[in-house]
Design a protein around this ligand. Structure first.
Ligand SMILES: Cc1cc2nc3c(=O)[nH]c(=O)nc-3n(C[C@H](O)[C@H](O)[C@H](O)COP(=O)(O)OP(=O)(O)OC[C@H]3O[C@@H](n4cnc5c(N)ncnc54)[C@H](O)[C@@H]3O)c2cc1C
Length: 451
């Protein structure tokens, strides 16, 4: 059976009058989860003249956006972007690939196409961060001295910290993981689709560490549940969601809404379960619980691994030294300015930043202009009052053709971009359109420093 045809074809949602859909799409393209446009970038005449050396470690969402904005704002700066990865992955699309809605190619492009003119791309990994010596050293031993450092390395997925789990298992033995890569997201779709064809026990979870896009584990549970229903197998299936702590989401009102939706759909919830080990042959997952370990058999499991800072960061003086984020190695930055607390010429943006919210591309969109503003102001001999408020956004798919556009800040306030138009906790078709169609163009604009 070809499950790659659009799964929401024939959905009532698609029968909306065309004009209304066009209007909504225009709105979506301007603002998909991320969202309203940020202040414009300096035109040529306003550029700040400088010979400052700026190194950006990591050329993913945050590193590319920072390079674009810095090169637009500065005239004469030596900007060096360092990343070994030649491919660029549009990670918010991994969920769609893992759900059979988009092919793997939808999320793959190249890093080089987003590197602005005048910015040097060094295709290597940073092996050593030396904030005392104001330099980074790449794996080939080349040192890059800087006046300002922007750390944008993202995070590392640690599948190896789950006993018995290996990346090669994704797509086999009923094991899925949309997080790893486009190819593995597609393999996950095949495994999930096979499960949706016959039912059985589906096990879902989130890791005990900080993670990127904390909505993704929930989305994938909802989507699998929906496929089971659409294929007439829901009554032959058990769907179990394991939360690592006592909530389903960090924002209480969203957590409660998800709890209610899970209850309505017969999705069982376990709290305080962290995946410890997996036996692919026997199809048994072992979880740590406050009362010891617990085994859960599965026909399909969606594994999301522990996440932490990449090793060169963890081995450097840059992470938090104490507190909740020290062990995982997140950068010790001020949560409002993204400036390093101990090394004033270092900034951390994107997933690597040790701040209470974030770890989404939508937060990158709001963090990068703030960090760049502080760097440019300092170069110009001024001060900036730009602040990141913790804005994070999550288009939480609740079934094919419907999503809730959840946006919030450090205080757990819901901060809807379109108040009165898009209700944050309602399952809407427009929010689904944003996730599936409008978010990618907005994301690409962000890489180019324009959104
Ligand atoms: C399944 C999934 C679903 C998601 N859904 C959403 C969503 O719906 N909405 C949303 O807003 N966000 C979503 N996200 C999150 C979003 O993709 C990330 O938050 C965002 O990509 C973070 O950007 P970043 O630049 O910090 O990290 P990345 O984009 O991951 O880039 C990090 C870069 O640093 C490089 N790097 C690592 N170590 C080094 C080193 N030592 N030296 C040099 N370079 C290095 C890497 O090669 C990589 O290119 C999702 C993510 C996943 C995985």
């Amino acid at each position: 059976m070809n499950h790659h045809k659009n799964p929401i074809q024939g959905d009532k949602a698609m029968d909306q009058p065309l004009n209304r859909r066009r209007a909504l799409l225009t709105l979506g393209a301007a603002g998909a989860a991320g969202i309203a446009l940020t202040p414009g970038i300096a035109n040529a005449a306003n550029k700040v003249k400088t010979t400052a050396r700026i190194v950006i470690a990591g050329a993913g969402a945050a590193g590319l956006a920072a390079a674009s904005r810095l090169s637009e704002a500065l005239d004469g700066a030596k900007i060096t972007l360092i990343d070994a990865r030649k491919e660029h992955f549009y990670q918010p699309g991994f969920t769609l690939v893992g759900s059979g809605i988009k092919p793997a190619g939808y999320v793959v492009s190249t890093t080089a196409e987003y590197v602005p003119a005048g910015v040097e791309l060094v295709q290597e990994r940073v092996a050593e961060f030396d904030p005392e010596g104001k330099k980074v050293v790449t794996e080939s031993g080349q040192a890059h001295a800087y006046d300002f450092l922007v750390v944008a390395t993202g995070m590392k997925l640690e599948y190896g910290l789950i006993e018995g789990m290996e990346e090669d298992l994704i797509g086999k033995n009923g094991i899925g993981s949309i997080y790893h890569s486009p190819a593995k997201a597609e393999a996950t779709w095949q495994a999930m689709s096979a499960f949706a064809d016959k039912g059985g026990r589906g096990v879902f979870l989130r890791p005990g560490t900080e993670m990127k896009c904390a909505g993704a584990p929930l989305k994938y549970t909802f989507i699998t549940d929906d496929y089971l229903s659409r294929r007439g197998q829901r009554s032959k299936a058990e769907v179990v969601y394991n939360s690592n702590n006592k909530a389903l989401f960090s924002v209480p009102i969203v957590s409660e809404k998800v709890r209610m939706l899970f209850q309505e759909r017969g999705i069982q919830v376990n709290y305080e379960r962290v995946l410890k080990a997996i036996d692919p042959g026997k199809r048994i997952a072992t979880f740590n619980t406050p009362a010891g370990t617990e085994e859960q058999g599965f026909d399909f499991i969606h594994v999301i691994p522990p996440m932490r800072a990449p090793e060169p960061i963890r081995n450097s003086p840059l992470p938090w030294q104490t507190g909740a984020w020290a062990a995982e190695g997140w950068l010790e930055v001020d949560k409002g300015t993204l400036r390093h607390v101990r090394y004033r010429n270092v900034f951390g943006v994107g997933d690597i930043a040790g701040v209470p919210k974030g770890k989404t591309a939508a937060s990158v969109k709001w963090q990068v202009p703030v960090a760049v503003d502080h760097i440019v102001a300092e170069i110009a001999g001024k001060t900036s009052d730009a602040l990141y408020t913790g804005y994070t956004s999550c288009p939480l798919i609740t079934r094919l053709g419907r999503a809730m556009l959840v946006e919030f800040d450090y205080q757990n306030n819901l901060v809807p971009s379109f108040p009165g138009v898009i209700a944050p906790l309602e399952e809407l078709w427009i929010s689904w359109v944003m996730k599936t169609m409008a978010l990618k163009p907005t994301y690409i604009s962000m890489l180019r420093g324009r959104a």
